[in-house]
Design a binder for this molecule. Structure first.
Ligand code: SF4
Ligand code: SF4
Length: 415
């Protein structure tokens, strides 16, 4: 690594050193309470897969450049230089961590290892060592935001083509647009994913509720957040914010995507609209009588709390309320809610592929679901859904893996 690059990386490191981050880097007592909290360590017991082990490489670089004792007494062995070896170790630490923050719940000081890993991810971007697939996907999202007009005709045609599939779930009144686009002053701007599977069930539920809604031109997923790149994270969510403000919508409802929900809800500041996870709308529409759901599931079913919606987003009860509208055979996985095991697919790992690592590192998740005896698991995050589908196949669990929005759409009934 040349001196110029190292200087630039040190500058980037410094941009992350706010008061909370300094506390996380300086407070760890190496007590080891977090060790067993990490699903990766539980499944692959190596010290480098503990929260404290991952953070150690960042702490040693921090000590060398940003603490007096590291500058004056580096021979004490607690420091390492910011060089190519350190960058390799940053990659291994950051991209074997899903950012689930289960370790933070256990740590007596509330040390946020995911935040510490955000330093590693930022420096990997600065060193041009970030995962190139995530980088390409982030750039494609941003390019799409810069050329909405160029893709409008194709997008509108694709949306029109899926309307019959929405109508198969819920028939709209004659003359009513099945998937509305560009509606000003709508109550809800629904932000889906790039696949039609994410739009069809949500459109059916919104139509059944009879609300004034409109579909976003953009997909919710934020590859900039997976990369830990603040500029690209902001650019990707900025497309949706600009659209919501232009249309003057009251609420932005985020599809089943944990990271997209957390980024929009917690990292975009104040707006003239509310941000909700789509499951919150489903629960609200059931409670206020706008939709009716039938109990059409007889198989034993469990629910997986996605880390970014549950532990990091605080949404635990709405999905359980919705599942209970669909079945009398709901069973909790244990542990659950803030203690739930991560599925092992977060932090960009599903998008990157990484099948072997994802399967090995989430053995504890497969064991947890098997122990419920459920025949079906549902969730409200596309990433978790993909990972659970892979786990189901790899560990021969014999499950059906379902999207809760999809299950709710299939259970819609007239009053
Ligand atoms: S955030 Fe999750 S994956 Fe990362 S160290 Fe903590 S428990 Fe492990
Ligand atoms: S539980 Fe907290 S203080 Fe203890 S080793 Fe883990 S991060 Fe450090």
């Amino acid at each position: 690594m040349d001196l110029q690059t190292q200087t630039e990386l040190k500058r980037l490191f410094e941009t992350k050193l706010n008061a909370a981050m300094r506390l996380y880097l300086e407070t760890c007592t190496r007590c080891g309470v977090c060790v067993d909290a990490c699903h990766v360590y539980q499944s692959m017991p190596e010290i480098k897969y503990t929260a404290v082990g991952r953070a150690e490489v960042i702490r040693k670089v921090f000590l060398k450049y940003f603490k007096l004792e590291g500058k004056v007494a580096p021979w004490l062995g607690e420091v390492i230089p910011l060089d190519d070896v350190a960058i390799d170790r940053f990659y291994d630490a950051a991209y074997s961590c899903t950012g689930c923050r289960r370790c933070m719940v256990y740590c007596p000081f509330g040390i946020d290892t995911q935040m510490i890993m955000s330093i590693a991810k930022l420096l990997l971007v600065g060193a041009d060592r970030e995962p190139k697939l995530l980088s390409m996907l982030a750039d494609m999202s941003i390019a799409k935001g810069e050329d909405v007009e160029g893709s409008r005709a194709g997008f509108e045609e694709a949306i029109t083509n899926i309307e019959p599939e929405v109508e198969a779930l819920w028939k709209s009144p004659p003359g009513k647009k099945v998937i509305p686009l560009g509606v000003e002053n709508a109550d809800v701007l629904f932000v889906g994913l790039s696949g039609k599977h994410s739009i069809i069930p949500a459109a059916a539920i919104l139509n059944a509720a009879g609300v004034n809604w409109t579909l976003s031109s953009f997909e919710a997923v934020n590859f900039g957040a997976f990369l830990g790149d603040p500029k690209r994270t902001k650019a990707i969510m900025g497309r949706i914010i600009t659209e919501a403000e232009r249309l003057k919508v009251k609420e932005v409802a985020i599809v089943e995507c944990g990271t997209a929900y957390r980024v929009m809800k917690q990292q975009t500041g104040k707006h003239p609209f509310e941000v909700v996870a789509f499951v919150e709308l489903i629960a609200r529409y059931v409670r206020n009588g706008k939709i009716n759901l039938q109990k059409n599931i007889s198989d034993k079913i469990t629910y997986h709390d996605p880390c970014q919606v549950g532990r990091n987003g605080g949404i635990y009860e709405e999905p359980r309320f919705v599942v209970r509208q669909l079945t009398d055979a709901f069973v909790e996985a244990r542990p659950n809610r803030e203690m739930n095991w991560c599925c092992g697919g977060g932090g960009g790992l599903v998008a990157m592929g990484e099948l072997e690592f994802r399967m090995k590192s989430a053995r504890v998740k497969a064991d947890q679901i098997k122990a419920t005896g459920a025949k079906m698991v549902c969730t409200i995050c596309e990433n978790c859904h993909s990972q659970l589908t892979d786990l189901n196949e790899h560990y021969e669990m014999g499950l059906k893996v379902e999207s809760l929005t999809n299950l709710a759409a299939k259970a819609l009934k007239k009053a």
